[in-house]
Design a protein around this ligand. Structure first.
Ligand code: 5RP
Length: 231
């Protein structure tokens, strides 16, 4: 395992310490969360975690959790999540995030809003002085409206790209049947103002700005684990 993967695994395993028996656990999406799923499965198997149930944030995570025999539930059965573990694409010093690199931002935000505690796991490459410096903002739009929303984000000085499958001349379809625009806004001066403008559009289902949602960010750095907590 290369150094970066080792760091991701360390952060993910540290986050799993937040989970106690009997909890409802939100299961995020991505290559860092994968290591958290592995650890949860291991603790269930050896009897150290009992009676936990997970709510997956994507079909991809649902499949992995099934394969690893992590018991799953739905919002029909549980409307509150004790702790969600998820990844992020960019993290600023206020613990605001850009998420959606894996295309699961809509369900991920639903889980985040339903969680008593959102714990983010990442390696240090995700830390950023200001959101937008390193990553475009993924925006989930309904298919019908996508050309209009591409024009709309241009009026906010964004440069949109319709997300396409690698090696396929087809747009990515999300778990909820929508398209994703990756919009480069450059460094975002006021993410709250931008979020509110995006939320005013009927054709925009959700955006990847996760503001004031993370309670804890666990970052594995070369020199060790660093934990940032919401003040
Ligand atoms: C998926 C996400 C992921 O959590 C984010 O892209 C980080 O993924 P990774 O841990 O693979 O870098 O937001 O929609």
């Amino acid at each position: 395992m290369d150094k970066k993967e080792e760091l991701k695994k360390q952060a993910a395993e540290k986050a799993v310490e937040e989970i106690q028996s009997g909890m409802v656990v939100g299961l995020g999406t991505g290559s860092t969360v994968y290591y958290a799923l592995q650890k949860i499965a291991e603790l269930i198997k050896n009897g150290q975690l009992n009676e936990i149930v997970g709510i997956p944030s994507s079909k991809q995570t649902e499949k992995l959790a099934d394969e690893m025999r992590i018991p799953l539930t739905t919002f029909e059965e549980h409307q509150k999540i004790d702790v969600t573990i998820d990844g992020a694409d960019e993290i600023d010093k206020y613990l605001n995030l850009i998420k959606g690199g894996g295309g699961a931002l809509l369900r991920e935000k639903i889980l985040a809003q339903a969680s008593k505690k959102l714990v983010i796991v990442a390696d240090e490459s995700k830390l950023s002085p200001k959101l937008g410096t390193r990553w475009a903002v993924p925006i989930e739009v309904i298919k019908f409206a996508y050309p209009l929303e591409m024009e709309f984000v241009k009026t906010l000085a964004g440069e949109p790209e319709l997300r396409m499958y690698d090696n396929l001349n087809e747009p990515v379809i999300t778990d909820e049947g929508n398209y994703i625009l990756d919009v480069n806004f450059g460094t975002i001066r006021n993410p709250f103002e931008l979020a509110s403008k995006l939320e005013s559009r009927a054709g925009i289902v959700e955006h990847g700005l996760f503001l004031h949602l993370a309670a804890k960010v666990i970052v594995a750095k070369e020199e060790g684990i660093k934990i940032f907590e919401k003040k």
